[in-house]
Design a protein around this ligand. Sequence first.
Ligand SMILES: [Zn+2]
Length: 96
Amino acid sequence: MIPTNVMPFPQIQYSMLCGVCPKCGKSDGFVNLGKEHWFICRDHKTKWFAGVNMFEGWENQTVAQAQSIESMLNSYKDVVPLREVDGEHKLGNHVL
Ligand SMILES: [Zn+2]
């Protein structure tokens, strides 16, 4: 059963910021678990934590939606995402 409340996440700059599945380099989007945003890959059943209260919409969730998300996330594996921005953190060298 695939929950229908996964947010599509087409904006590539956000998926680079928030990371992508380490196995396939993609993300199916994110789900809200309360205020927490979790990105997922359905193909590999992976999940990774993106942050708290970064995106709109979590307030509108019903209890039933939250429960279905929680049980989905429980069956997914916690992974460290690939972040394409990692290569550009050298900007930190320019601190005065
Ligand atoms: Zn994947």
